[in-house]
Design a protein around this ligand. Structure first.
Ligand code: AMP
Ligand code: ZN
Length: 487
């Protein structure tokens, strides 16, 4: 079986071959931190989380980067409205983003770089584009010259003339082509700005992602993802500027999810037709929400409706009931077991039944991550486990090595494995290993320390650093964030 991924660039499913296996370099456009994120945004974050888990399950070493856009018009406007700085807005909503993502069991990326920590690298990339005639300066703005990049429009599948018509871009007489886009924007009064060779200003949105993807991963990355609304202009422009600067392919597989709709319209902040994660989690638990978000193929539209969420809720309940019944049974059997159980892998004739479900699951996930069909496999397995349970005698066999027990226990193990690939923490609280727990606690301390530093509580920050050091854990502060090392 081979994994196939639909590539937006080629408009077909392609066999997945990373540039340097077993490493997979993956970049997802992260949140713009100016407000609570909604359940539509969560569709993107949850799908990418599942894809990452699935790649790991397949033995890949995934390097996953998800940026934080912490400077843009919306952040500036919010800061003005609330009478505070853009940093304060960005910090507040970054913290909220992580809290909510954690509630949905979305695993943290290996790195979450912030745009404002990468201004020098953006200036370098823009200078390279200017040196190569791919960009030009007008009154302190720097524009990318789309006519200098012959593949412009290939990602969105349109030629520049059609794009022009569809995009209804503002006509700016200073641009050579109306589709030319800003790499650097001259600063306006009252806006945060950085020094540059072209005067004070701030970066354009697209250049941020190119820089962070290349800086934290490499010139060519394996998977770049986002919602379908990012294909044009964001990803088209990222691709144009990155490839023009490096002369190498920027992304091997472009992956885009369809929209979460409500009343047949895309859920979005601008339309005001959205529900925040808090609002949804008030009524449904995280596993139900994930099950719902994964109930359609990721490229298809999905309707946010009470009916669909309730359906996911009862589906979730079916899994819980199954696991609870089996849990009770297994404990009973263990209590009655005459002999110690040998914890070796059961023989293959006893695992064939569970194995069939595992293979069916892998087959549909290999087909461009078809989580909708993967869920059907899970429910077939739940039904099969329930059936096996019913067929068991009322009198418990004396030994845990009874064939029926071994087959059933293996099926349950497969079920738990499949649930964890979809990030469905159904059988109670997340089971974290000791190592996971340590990592997460250290990450939490680092987060608290940086909050203390932001608020100038140096004593708290220093105590955290010192106490960790006493335990042999050394913190290193870098522009992209703090990392820790053991000594
Ligand atoms: P934003 O913070 O607006 O940049 O959005 C974060 C991610 O959510 C991006 O990948 C968007 O494409 C995606 N997104 C936004 N709205 C929806 C929606 N209604 N359905 C699915 N994905 C969405
Ligand atoms: Zn981006």
């Amino acid at each position: 079986m081979t994994l196939k991924i639909y590539n937006t660039l080629t408009r077909r499913k392609e066999e997945f071959v990373p540039l340097n296996p077993p490493t997979v370099r993956m970049y997802n456009c992260g949140p713009t931190v100016y407000d609570y994120f909604h359940i539509g945004n969560a569709r993107n974050f949850v799908i990418i989380d599942v894809i990452r888990r699935y790649l790991r399950f397949n033995g890949y070493q995934v390097q996953f980067v998800q940026n934080i856009t912490d400077i843009d018009d919306k952040i500036i406007n919010k800061a003005r409205a609330e009478g505070c700085t853009t940093e304060e807005i960005a910090q507040k909503y970054t913290r909220i983003y992580f809290e909510q993502a954690d509630r949905l069991a979305i695993q943290r990326a290996d790195s979450h770089p912030k745009a404002t920590d990468h201004i020098p690298q953006m200036l370098t990339l823009i200078s390279t584009l200017l040196d190569r005639d791919h960009a030009y300066v007008v009154d302190g703005d720097v524009f990318f010259r789309i006519n200098s990049y012959t593949s412009y429009g290939a990602l969105s599948g349109k030629n520049p003339d059609d794009l022009l018509e569809g995009a209804r871009v503002e006509v700016d007489p200073r641009k050579e082509n109306p589709l030319d886009f800003a790499l650097w924007k001259a600063s306006k009064e009252d806006e945060p700005s950085w020094e540059s060779p072209w005067g004070a200003g701030r970066p354009g949105w697209h250049i941020e992602c190119s820089v962070m993807a290349m800086e934290h991963l490499s010139k060519t990355i394996d998977i770049h993802s986002g919602g379908a609304d990012l294909i044009f202009p964001h990803h088209e422009n990222e691709r144009a500027q990155s490839e023009s600067a490096t002369g190498e392919p920027f992304v091997r597989y472009w992956l885009h999810n369809g929209f979460l709709n409500i009343n047949k319209e895309k859920m979005s902040k601008s339309l005001g037709n959205f529900f925040t994660i808090d609002q949804v989690l008030e009524r449904y638990d995280p596993a139900t929400v994930r099950l719902f978000l994964l109930s359609a193929h990721y490229r298809h539209p999905l309707d946010f409706s009470e009916e669909n969420l309730q359906e996911a809720e009862s589906a979730c309940q079916r899994i819980i009931d199954c696991l609870v019944t089996i849990d009770k049974l297994i404990n009973l059997w263990k209590a009655n077991a005459q002999s110690e159980v040998t914890r070796t892998e059961p023989p293959s004739d006893l695992t064939a039944r569970g194995q069939r479900f595992l293979e069916a699951f892998l087959e549909v996930m290999d087909d461009d991550f078809n989580t909708a069909r993967a869920q059907s496999v899970i429910f077939d397995l739940v039904a099969d486990i329930n059936l096996q349970r019913k067929e068991l005698p009322d009198v418990l066999p004396a030994s845990l090595l009874d064939e029926r027990y071994v087959t059933l226990a293996h099926c349950v193990k497969v079920l738990e494995e499949l649930l964890s690939i979809l990030g469905l923490q159904i059988s109670g609280p997340p089971s974290v290993t000791h190592d996971d727990m340590t990592e997460r606690l250290i990450a939490l301390l680092i987060e608290i320390r940086s909050m203390a530093r932001e608020r100038k509580h140096w004593d708290i920050a220093d105590t955290i650093r010192q106490r960790l050091q006493d335990m042999g854990i050394y913190l290193e502060d870098h522009p992209q964030g703090t990392i820790w090392k053991k000594q």
